[in-house]
Design a protein around this ligand. Structure first.
Ligand code: SAH
Ligand code: DHB
Ligand code: MG
Length: 217
């Protein structure tokens, strides 16, 4: 087993269950063309977000960490016509590129990109949201999770990306802020009676990582 094989299987699965998609492909292309970091969720995970949101019947969705709007488009497409998605992004350039991609996907009427540090914009929001996707700077994941809880209702779904970090999450001595934040999130969730959660390891063409899926009791 190696990353080349993971990539080959990922390509095969992407072709099977997703295939070409003008708006999504344009969003992916914009990441490379504009020099953004290649850290959007892989296509199969984007579709998983979309399916979870549809299964859940989410009408109000909050995303933390927009980048070029790739995951945003997957989540936005799951919304009913009168649904709403707010996505928080610190970087003005990312937000501008994302807004163009979201517009191209025909979702401008239900998706709003808010520019600013998430810890500054979160206190301005009014809940409840039905579903949260937390995917920004990993060191603040415990704070973002607490905010999601505050803006939730019983039954709300909270998904956190990147909880494995190439396996680095098991290094209790790590001083990497992303690992420290991820481990703090794990401890928070383990001791949080208000949620039921699981964490799943994933491999893709891109990386070895994982996600957390939680429901508010
Ligand atoms: N969810 C996207 C990827 C997000 S990458 C996708 O899968 O398509 C993480 C993003 O979080 C980056 O665009 C980065 O600029 C943003 N970010 C980092 N720190 C942040 C903060 N403190 N507040 C808001 N956004 C932040
Ligand atoms: C990073 C962030 C992500 O959201 C991701 O999916 C992969 C890597 C990062 O900041 O390194
Ligand atoms: Mg991520």
């Amino acid at each position: 087993m190696n990353s080349e094989q993971w990539r080959a299987v990922d390509d095969y699965l992407n072709d099977l269950v997703i295939g070409p998609d003008e708006a999504l492909d344009a969003a992916v292309a914009s990441v490379a063309a504009q020099g953004l970091p290649p850290i959007a969720v892989p296509p199969t995970h984007g579709k998983l977000l979309n399916l979870i949101s549809r299964i859940h019947g989410a009408r109000r969705v909050l995303e933390i960490g927009t980048l070029a709007g790739y995951s945003t488009i997957w989540l936005g497409r799951a919304l009913p016509a009168d649904g709403e998605l707010i996505t928080l992004e610190a970087d003005e350039k990312h937000a501008r590129i994302a807004s163009a991609n979201i517009g191209r996907a025909g979702l401008a009427d239900r998706v709003e990109v808010r520019v600013g540090l998430a810890l500054d914009t979160l206190p301005t929001l009014t809940g409840p949201f039905d579903l949260f996707f937390i995917d920004a700077d990993k060191q603040h994941n415990p704070e973002y999770f607490e905010w999601a809880l505050r803006l939730s209702r019983p039954g709300s779904v909270i998904i956190v990306d990147n909880v494995v970090r190439g396996g680095g999450v098991v290094d209790a001595a790590s001083t990497d802020p992303a690992i420290v934040g991820t481990r703090r999130l794990g401890a928070l969730i383990a001791g949080e009676p208000r949620v039921s959660a699981t964490m799943v390891q994933t491999v893709s063409g891109k990386s070895y990582d994982g996600f957390c899926l939680a429901v508010v009791n």
